[in-house]
Design a protein around this ligand. Structure first.
Ligand code: ADP
Ligand code: ASP
Ligand code: MG
Length: 400
């Protein structure tokens, strides 16, 4: 079989772990398979590199940021290849560029446009284990790009699609996908299999076990994948296309503490204003999440929305310019928020789920600031300090 295995940062955090991963990879090859490995940067390397960049520039140029961040994964590639060679198997390390990963030019969250995997295939056919740097690609201008935080997941899924792998395994520091983050809710249960749609909603609701863009890609090209523990033997979670079946309304709960809420006060209430704001943000590739517009009073309204904290500065810059143009009064950026969500395909057939959610939060004295819903997800924006309490209360209400 042709197998793609991705190892996350915590699985490679030390050289001892790196050696353990090398043993695992070699074991797979010696069991008669061809193996492509995708690696993340060691431990907290990427966070540390971002801190370094901000020490020399408060808003680092994004092209150079990508150059910097891409180095983390290269360290892992080189060390893992060495560890594999040390066990006696040949390994060929590759940057995103050598692996043929072509992206657009949106530095720090570039999109994969095409993969030209001939080099990977060539090396596999020579009997090598191929080790590829996750999270990076090359732009049409031949600059290094990165694929957004958690982007090694995307590299693995996209490579699996490009080389038509028989199996794609995402190895991480937990046993698989749980009904809630097991590091916050110890009672959370492992989900043996889950649909792309639910996994996608979970990821976009803050369950960082999978990058949402990676799940989106897997869904679009129908690439089933497994999420498993690097240091464990369980079967993990299978993510794939699953037909809707009867069952519980809510299958998981998620917490996202990496959002900020931006409010624009006294926006003139006339057609085209919302479009002006959100089109400008879209052009800069900024993902806007929950949006609320208040009832208009005296031809003015307030608009609030949330974005990822990493986009906060960029968003504020754009919104401030537009606010000036349209004559809005004031802008506030609230960083003291969190988003808590309940997710489940079963929700479509179970009325009253929203009421139960709001009730469970009210019982904990948690105030809801914003609400958004999709067919299979309900999210509430609350105070950050209430986040963990809310997650636990919702897990208890719907899952335990
Ligand atoms: P990696 O470095 O392997 O990519 P990440 O840190 O990106 O790993 O993702 C794994 C983490 O995701 C886990 O340690 C866990 O705390 C978190 N997580 C959040 N929600 C969930 C969930 N529903 N199921 C499993 N893990 C989750
Ligand atoms: N190293 C990158 C990050 O920390 C990519 C990844 O781990 O998937 O976001
Ligand atoms: Mg990750």
């Amino acid at each position: 079989m042709l197998i793609v295995q991705k190892y996350g940062g915590s699985s490679l955090a030390t050289t001892d772990r790196m050696k353990f991963v090398a043993e695992k990879v070699v074991e797979t090859k010696r069991a008669g398979h061809q193996v492509v490995v995708v690696v993340s940067a060691m431990g907290k390397t990427t966070d540390n590199l971002i801190t370094l960049a901000k020490e020399v520039h408060p808003a680092p140029p994004e092209r150079e940021m990508d150059m910097l961040l891409s180095t983390g994964e290269l360290v892992s590639v080189a060390l893992l290849c060495m560890a594999i060679e040390n066990i006696g198997e040949p390994a060929e390390g590759m940057t995103g560029y050598f692996a043929g990963i072509q992206t657009d030019s949106f530095h720090t969250k570039a999109r994969i446009q095409k993969i030209e995997p001939s080099r990977i295939i060539e090396e596999l056919n020579k009997g090598n284990i191929v080790v590829i740097a996750g999270f990076q690609g090359i732009s049409p201008e031949n600059s290094i790009t990165t694929l957004g935080r958690g982007g090694s997941d995307l590299t693995a899924i996209a490579i699996a699609a490009a080389i038509k792998a028989d199996m794609c395994e995402i190895y991480t520091d937990v046993e698989g996908v749980f009904t809630a983050d097991p590091h916050i809710v110890p009672e959370a249960r492992l989900i043996p299999e889950i649909s792309y749609d639910e996994m996608l909603e979970m990821a976009s609701a803050g369950a960082k076990v999978m990058q949402s863009r990676a799940v989106e890609f897997a869904k679009r090209y129908n690439i089933p994948f497994a999420v498993k523990a690097t240091f464990g033997k369980g079967g993990g979670t299978m993510v794939k296309e699953i037909a809707l079946k009867e069952g519980a309304a809510v299958s998981s709960v998620s917490l996202d503490e990496k959002q900020v809420k931006i409010t624009i006060f006294r926006v003139p209430d006339r057609p085209g204003i919302a479009s002006q704001i959100f089109t400008a943000l879209g052009k800069e590739n900024i993902n806007v999440d929950v949006i609320v517009q208040n009832v208009s009073k005296e031809s003015f309204t307030d608009i609030s929305f949330t974005v990822n904290i990493s986009d906060a500065d960029k968003t504020l810059k754009i919104v401030k310019a537009i606010a000036k143009e349209i004559g809005a009064q004031d802008i506030i950026c609230d960083t003291d928020i969190a988003k808590v969500s309940i997710i489940g395909i079963g929700m479509m057939n179970h009325p009253g789920v929203a009421g139960r959610m709001f009730d469970a939060l009210a019982r904990e004295n948690i105030n809801i600031e914003m609400i958004s819903t999709s067919e299979i997800k309900i999210s509430c924006v609350i105070k950050k300090s209430d986040g963990v309490k809310a997650l636990k209360a919702l897990h208890k209400e719907f899952i335990q």
